[in-house]
Unconditional design. Structure first.
Length: 81
């Protein structure tokens, strides 16, 4: 895909020089730099995992309710509605 960018003249000259030294194209140099920057930003975003809230209150299930039965749990939920 072709696009137009406004790049600082000094930065562009330095990039062209580096591309020539590395015997690559300016396009490839820009693509690699952009990929590195995006990878770095993505890694920072995913570093911290969200904390899952945990209820630390008192109480528990209603007496006689089987917590391993979906039917019992749904019936109990319907009774409160």
């Amino acid at each position: 895909m072709k696009t137009t960018l406004d790049i600082n003249d000094s930065l562009l000259a330095t990039a062209k020089s580096l591309a020539a030294q590395q015997r690559t194209t300016l396009t490839r140099l820009i693509e690699e730099g952009l990929a590195l920057r995006l990878r770095s930003s993505y890694a920072k975003i995913n570093v911290s995992k969200p904390k899952i809230p945990v209820f630390k209150g008192r109480g528990g299930l209603v007496a006689g309710l089987n917590p391993s039965s979906n039917k019992d749990m749904l019936d109990a939920a319907d009774d409160d509605a």
